[in-house]
Design a protein around this ligand. Structure first.
Ligand SMILES: [Zn+2]
Ligand SMILES: [Zn+2]
Length: 99
């Protein structure tokens, strides 16, 4: 059996800043504070049972694209995802300065 990427459109409320996030099927983090939720083992698979808050701990720039490194506050899982177009750029800069 082959595993296929399942596109799930879902809205969620950010557990860190309380903003209402409108999912487009790929949304895995809050565009305002950039915190995420530990729901994926691999991006988009929604296979993790953890559900812990994912704290953005670092920014990587690869080929001109931003990637956000996360650390789950519950299980210490580390995760890197691509930054979304609508991400709050000031937050990205803040994380860069904290590194
Ligand atoms: Zn948020
Ligand atoms: Zn976790």
């Amino acid at each position: 059996m082959t595993k296929r990427f399942k596109r799930t459109v879902e809205n969620f409320k950010c557990e860190n800043c309380g903003v209402e996030v409108f999912g487009n099927g790929y949304t895995d983090h809050c565009p305002e504070c950039l915190w995420g939720k530990h729901v994926d083992i691999y991006p988009g698979d929604r296979a993790a049972r953890c559900g812990g808050a994912m704290k953005p701990i670092g920014i990587e720039v690869i080929g001109g694209r931003y990637r956000i490194r996360y650390l789950c506050q519950k299980c210490d899982h580390e995760f890197v995802i691509h930054s979304a177009k609508n991400d709050n750029f000031e937050e990205i800069l803040k994380i860069t300065k904290r590194m």
